[in-house]
Unconditional design. Structure first.
Length: 401
């Protein structure tokens, strides 16, 4: 989070929860929050309403997810029943006319559609070797959820990428005592530019703005970056483990198992083939004679055909889009990894980092460092300070005598 935004948020949070400001001798401000608080009805009600809305949305979203599977089954059922009724009625008419059977005029021509087994390979989540490990994970999706996952996937795996990026950058700065070289931050950024933009380290400007940093020039003309506000802590912390570079996660075609994906694709093919067969049968104008369910199927035929086409077309397009997207992600990860390796191997960079360590520091504000707090009245604090000073003077006189 941006440092200035975090400071505003801390002030708001302290005001809402009855927190206190504490000022150290160095002028730094820390915030003290109560471990327990009495929440009023005005505070609890918005939280309860938000929780209720979230629960309702979860139910609605789940119903939306399973609706695609339900629509597929209803479409298949309607198509197959309509085909059965038409074929039965046509065969019955052929038996009544007698001579139609000998001439072959009553036969229904069923078009032959060949679906080769290799066609389904494009729907495999492990089509690329990067997905082989994930294939071993057992899916916890039910049939209807698997249908939705087959159609639309399972969301962006890098939805929190920016949050992870800034957390890792902040951790690197803190682990290095609040002073770093630009090359230490580069493995966590996407594009560091080319030519002059890279040479003058323009990519560090957003980092400086976000964490209130300032550049410092070494005697050799090299630039390091100092972040004083990230050197101050309210409590002692251990160094946080950080990966050497930011890794984006590849997109996954579906969280469903290979069996669920095959079943979804198979039902999609059955639905589309059935719609094409039904369209051929309806072309004879028999729907007007039979009426009922067949007439209803004719009325929504283009909707059935469109749904059947989209059911297979959307995952197919999404699959190739994922392959293209993952190639871009792989390239960015590779570039960041190269920068991380250069950081460990370049001796010139090590000298630059050593200079940055001169500005490294860590300040932990403890109770002994405080000169003012909003927990108690100012007069009471001054009285306590006077008592402490008097006690020190007494001890000094005793030690001197």
């Amino acid at each position: 989070m941006n440092v200035n935004l975090a400071q505003q948020g801390l002030l708001t949070l302290a005001s809402d929860t009855g927190g206190h400001l504490q000022v150290a001798e160095s002028g730094e401000i820390v915030y003290l929050f109560p471990k327990t608080s009495n929440n009023s009805a005005e505070q609890i009600l918005p939280v309860a309403v938000a929780g209720m809305v979230e629960k309702v949305w979860r139910v609605l979203f789940y119903l939306i997810r399973i609706s695609f599977g339900i629509a597929l089954l209803l479409s298949i059922a309607l198509i197959l029943v309509a085909i059965f009724i038409i074929i039965t009625a046509t065969n019955r008419d052929g038996d009544d006319s007698g001579d139609r059977g000998s001439s072959g005029g009553g036969m229904i021509y069923m078009p032959y559609f060949w679906i080769g087994p290799d066609w389904f390979w494009v729907f495999y989540p492990d089509y690329d070797t990067r997905y082989q490990q994930r294939r071993r994970e057992e899916s916890k999706l039910n049939f209807f959820e698997a249908i939705f996952s087959f159609l639309f996937g399972d969301g962006n795996p890098n939805a929190n990428l920016e949050e992870r990026r800034w957390q890792q950058i902040a951790a690197v700065i803190r682990n290095n005592g609040g002073a770093v070289a630009a090359e230490q931050i580069a493995p966590y950024l996407d594009d560091i530019g080319e030519g002059y933009a890279k040479e003058y380290e323009n990519y560090m400007l957003p980092v400086l703005t976000r964490f209130n940093g300032q550049p410092v020039v070494s005697p050799e003309g090299q630039i390091v970056y100092h972040f004083p506000e990230l050197q101050i802590q309210a409590s002692q912390r251990r160094s946080r483990s950080v990966k050497p570079y930011l890794q984006e996660l590849p997109w996954r075609f579906s969280a469903a198992t290979s069996g669920q994906i095959m079943l979804s694709a198979g039902l999609g093919v059955l639905n589309l083939v059935g719609a094409l067969v039904l369209g051929r049968l309806l072309a004879d104008g028999i729907a007007s004679e039979l009426g009922g369910l067949v007439a209803f199927a004719q009325g929504i035929y283009w909707l059935l055909l469109g749904y059947g086409t989209a059911f297979l077309g959307v995952p197919l397009v999404r699959y190739f889009w994922i392959q293209w997207r993952n190639s871009k992600i792989s390239n960015r990860n590779q570039q960041r990894q190269i920068r991380a390796r250069q950081l460990a191997e370049d001796n010139t960079l090590q000298q630059k980092i050593a200079y940055a360590h001169q500005f490294a520091a860590e300040t932990v504000i403890s109770q002994e460092d405080l000169v003012y707090t909003t927990e108690t009245d100012l007069l009471e604090q001054e009285a306590q300070t006077d008592e402490i000073d008097a006690e020190w003077q007494r001890r000094l006189r005793q030690s001197g005598s």
